[in-house]
Design a protein around this ligand. Structure first.
Ligand code: GLN
Length: 510
């Protein structure tokens, strides 16, 4: 079967169940594609472990005890601790670190029958927007290898886009599922904060970190999210105590020509709120950045919005007035939490320890100077500063207050609309190296993903076209109210059913 690597998660699951193909055959195909590590997407591959898992899947299929995704390959962002593979979080600090246990998300997808095909490159400790902060080298974009894949889940997005794996996990603290998904032309969803367990996810900013699937379609993401999520109350104190759902359940409902004409609250048309300032062009803001998006991005989003109208949805202009403040607020809150979380990397408990040192303080200092990269150090310093006596009230406390205003702003919007649509990023993927010397330029490009992260809302990215010139993919962001993942996925799926050209497009040579 020469096109096995082009099959989706849903297709592979069905083929495996019908015994049209074996799990070992599927795993072997993807392992072969991963050979030579295209795009530098993988940080660890262990074919022995993968093939043993695939054999176990074949035995379960034969015995009739298969899980819902038995034998389907998945690769994990190197933020999830995974038995049988190294877990580095893209850092020298955790070089070759072997975890004695699986993250809950890893365990959950294994229980659904999925086979682990490797660990994916990412920005160091998930800090970045371009995957250029990995201690193991940048990942390149399968659509054009001179461009970045987005970050921090850049390895995940590149591997799915290049069909090196049909599915991947990602983590999203401030956009790291949505933005690389958008830049690589794939689909990704970050669920409501607390839906997926953070147990075994190397911590960056605990009040924001959330896991989610990255795959080619909303249909696949729904299957994966169902397998990944669920309460984990004993292990994650912020795990939501709500029963897990079948996130595919709305996708299979019969739909006429205008499936969204009755998909809104009370059975009326789906009301899509469009933040007016997000689609503006080159509007100078008080913070000096551009609040709006590049014309080709705007055009692709507007075409998709028009397609939604034809599916029966109604568009409503809405205001999200605190959008610009989400950048300073996020970069204060995430740095503060990172400075605390990363204090555990001290040369005693985990990972790297400096070889030469004079005393304990010197050992800490040398270990951390050697183990962490520049961006991680920058965040630890900013975080320590904003939490320090005398500055806490001025920065951290203010940021927390504005974070609440941002969340309240969304609730005001959701009083008018069922979900919100807009761009994922102001531009398409930029060229490697373009923003490496300017961390703030990277931060500013996160403007549209940060608000939903700060509010803890479920949100996703779907491919809606390509930019002019560079011909790089454009993603549209859909944001739902708390726990509305099933509806989000349904709305994404309706678009993908009618306009499959966007999510089925693949990079040249794949
Ligand atoms: N780009 C953002 C940052 O660097 C988001 C990263 C993420 O979501 N993990 O913090």
């Amino acid at each position: 079967m020469s096109d096995l690597h082009l099959k989706t998660v849903a297709e592979l699951a069905a083929m495996l169940k019908n015994k049209d193909v074996s799990a070992v055959e599927v795993a072997t195909r993807f392992l072969a594609r991963m050979g030579g590590n295209p795009h530098n997407a993988f940080l660890d591959i262990n074919s022995e472990v993968t093939l043993a898992q695939a054999q176990a899947s074949d035995a379960k299929i034969a015995a009739g005890t298969a899980g819902p995704l038995e034998g389907v390959p998945i690769a994990h962002k190197d933020i999830f601790v995974t038995q049988g593979f190294a877990t580095t979080a893209g850092s020298k600090m955790l070089h070759n670190y072997q975890s004695p246990f699986d993250a809950t998300v890893v365990k959950n997808v294994r229980q659904a029958g999925m086979v682990t095909v490797g660990k994916l490159n990412c920005d160091e400790f998930a800090m970045g927007s371009a995957n250029e902060n990995s201690a193991y080298g940048a990942v390149t974009n399968p659509w054009n290898a001179t461009h970045i894949p987005g970050g921090s889940s850049g390895g995940s997005a590149a591997a799915v886009a290049a069909r090196l794996t049909p599915a991947a996990t990602g983590t999203d603290t401030g956009g790291s599922i949505r933005q690389p998904a958008a830049f690589c032309g794939i689909t990704g969803i970050k669920p409501t904060y607390g839906r997926a367990s953070r147990y075994g996810m190397v911590a960056f900013a605990s009040s924001l970190d959330q896991a989610g699937p990255m795959a080619r379609s909303a249909e696949d993401c729904a299957l994966l999210l169902t397998a990944m999520c669920g309460p984990d109350l004993d292990r994650d104190s912020t795990s939501l105590n709500v029963a897990n759902e079948d996130f595919s359940r709305l996708l299979t409902l019969p739909a006429g020509d205008k499936p969204l004409a009755t998909a809104g609250k009370d059975g009326g048309p789906l009301r899509i709120g469009v933040p007016e300032n997000w689609l503006a062009i080159d509007q100078a803001s008080p913070l000096g950045q551009v609040d709006g998006c590049a014309p080709p991005v705007r055009m692709a989003i507007q075409n998709a919005l028009h397609a939604y109208e034809q599916l029966g949805a109604v568009l409503l202009p809405i205001a999200l007035p605190h959008t610009q403040l989400s950048i300073p607020v996020y970069y204060i809150v995430c740095a503060a939490e990172a400075s605390s979380n990363l204090s555990r990397f001290d040369g005693v408990k985990f990972g790297h320890r400096a070889k030469e040192f004079s005393d304990l303080a010197d050992m800490y200092q040398r270990t951390r100077s050697e183990g962490f990269g520049d961006e991680v150090k920058r965040r630890i310093m900013i975080g320590s500063y904003v939490l320090s006596h005398g500055y806490y009230d001025a920065y951290y406390l203010q940021a927390q207050k504005i974070r609440r205003m941002i969340a309240d702003g969304f609730q005001k919007a959701f009083a008018q609309c069922d979900l919100i649509a807009g761009p994922v990023a102001p531009t398409t993927a930029w060229k490697l190296g373009d923003k490496t010397d300017d961390p703030v330029a990277n931060y500013l490009a996160d403007i549209f993903t940060l608000p939903a992260s700060l509010a803890g809302l479920p949100c996703m990215s779907i491919p809606v076209g390509f930019g002019e010139g560079s011909h790089m993919p454009v993603g549209m962001q859909l944001i739902g109210n708390y726990l509305q993942e099933a509806q989000l996925l349904n709305v994404a799926h309706r678009f993908q059913s009618v306009h499959p050209q966007h999510h089925t497009a693949k990079p040249e040579g794949v």
